[in-house]
Design a protein around this ligand. Sequence first.
Ligand code: NDP
Length: 508
Amino acid sequence: MGLTQSPPYEKQPLYIAGQRHQLQSTFTTVNPANNEPLAEVSQADPSAIDAAVEAGQRAFPSWSITSPLERSRILLRAVHLLRARNDDLARIETHDTGKPFSETSTVDVVTGADVLQFYANLIAAGGLDGDTTPLRPDAYISTTKAPLGVCAGIGAWNYPIQIALWKSAPCLAAGNCMVYKPSEFTPLHALQLAEIYTEAGLPPGVFNVVHGAGDVGARLTSHPSIAKVSFTGQVSTGSKVASAAAAGMKAVTMELGGKSPCVILPDAAVELAVDGAMMANFFSSGQVCTNGTRVFVPQSLLPAFQTRLLQKMSDIRPGDLMDPNTNFGPLVSKPHWEKVTAYIRHGIETDKATLLYGGLGAPSPLPPACRKEGYWVRPTVFTDCTDDMLIATEEIFGPVMTILPYDDSHPAYLTTLIARANATPMGLAAGVFTADLALAHQVVGALEAGITWVNTWGESPAEMPVGGWKKSGLGVENGRRGLEAWVRHKSTLVEMARGGSGTVFAKL
Ligand code: NDP
């Protein structure tokens, strides 16, 4: 393993051409549960970023022509190592993100490894094959898929190793090389993954890591030798990254934020709807891009829904993050804690929404294992919200549910409900809870979102392509379609008749 297995961790290097690369200039990453330092991290300077890109360029000619079967073998060895080290990696993620071990050990590494396995298997089974189309008896067209080159992966802090794998898996499987920049708030997984890839047999330079803040991401994005940028983060940052990439005509995949509607229909089972709404708001302390934070509840169900929700809020258990019983952690960083706290305050003081549960401050009483210096907030529910409230329009990215009641006594209520659900510039996810599957299809069909669920929330398996509509993103990750984002197409027309195009002029 690349790291000592408990904090404080050793100084984190960059990873370039299969080697650790320490730099003098560093920044500190802290444990959000107690605000104690976890590690010093090498801060990439422009020459280190250039060196990482050049390492990718040197590796590309050979990696891009390595057969898909051989690439698959290497990636599957990495899958094996990830699964064998699941708990060690999950512990590191818990320290770095503040997410409970009960989550990181069952979701983060597992779902990342699943995607790597999916793409390794897909390329071995012909996923990169082209087509042949007979044109005439003596001519045909063939299409091939070629890798793009050296690509940049820029990650957010909420699912660090999962994001790193969701980007690097299809990228490397397709024959590209990658320079990966994790969020400066959660850098610890990156060396682990890089060294696992190397141990699995990935040639030096195919996967490189640079650390730092937005300026490092910006330099990567505008680097002339970067062919594509795959970005996960906020809409505002994504917009800057997409503009910079467009200037260099680079391909992009943008996985951005959302303000997704969770639509409870009048015939929904209350228990199922409450479980879904809780999953859509409090998992990972609400730091999930696909959260369904706008919960539309019919007036006819509102009393029963709220009563059951209040009973179930006690199932949210903050505590020692390594305790398997803990399912709620602090927020990832001080700036994020300040942002989420400001939204809760705004909801109470300015929006004047009805506070049904939670509110300002840390969970009370804070369990003994939790330090008040950590970035804790209370799971919070506002009700009787209206569509124009700030808490109902902007992405909070914390454990804050807004209940938006609707009048279901009117026969045409569905039209108004769908219009309200779609009244957001974002379109990442949406979901509907109902006993009527035909109605579910009708509603899902009308919702403007790239990722939708019926009677469930949040599962995002390797087989399922995911990506946002409207301002929530461009392109998809995962599934068969996710591989297409990492290749370019070449079409070749082959003329077998003697003479070919020359005969055209001969006839003139
Ligand atoms: P940010 O947009 O703040 O940052 C994302 C990454 O971009 C970080 O690595 C950041 O560096 C880097 N960055 C910042 N500025 C630039 C720049 N000018 N050029 C290139 N890179 C830059 O997002 P957060 O980290 O706060 O992540 C939370 C957001 O991510 C939420 O909006 C959430 O919805 C979204 N998200 C979307 C997902 C999806 O699949 N659709 C999945 C997960 C999260 P640094 O932070 O180190 O400064």
